[in-house]
Design a protein around this ligand. Sequence first.
Ligand code: GRF
Length: 191
Amino acid sequence: MNKIAVFASGGGSNAQKIIEYFNNSQLASIALIVSNKPEAGVVTIAEKNTIPTLIIEKEKFLKGSGYTDDLKKEGIDLIVLAGFLWKIPALLIKTFPGKIINIHPALLPKYGGKGMYGFHVHQAVIDNKEKESGITIHYVDEQYDHGQPIFQATCPVFENDTAFSLAKRVQQLEHEHYPKVIEEILFNNSK
Ligand code: GRF
């Protein structure tokens, strides 16, 4: 059984979908929710689903051990970032090589990087009159939104879209695809 740790800073709608998807799975379980915000929606989701939560502190995460010991102790096989806003420290990447993935609400390499999150992303896509947006699931390296892409899915951008209406369309893609892509990665890793 693979153990997944989901890292999230916000509402946690992706975390919720991932939890639901792997409920009763033979392949994986969500062993830990990691958050930098004790009041984040994702923490409530974890409590409701009786999943242990680890609240992390910036100094220890970025400059200290990166909580690698806690994650190793839990036997975590895959780290899934779902709206996690801190950069992942080098030590954590080294400890979990090829085992950390992220989802970004745009078609990388466009509209990624520092500050490109949430509505900033969708507003930039609209301002640039893009005809298409979507999601990118990628491995995590030491730069924001930069690691090797694993999967992309697209959706149209309409002329009358707002950042809000586009965000909703992109979020549907996230909910549909992220759990399945995670499953596929774990399945391939176990071959
Ligand atoms: C998602 O749009 C994801 O792509 C981005 O952060 C958002 C998280 O949303 N990295 P939620 O907290 O899962 O609802």
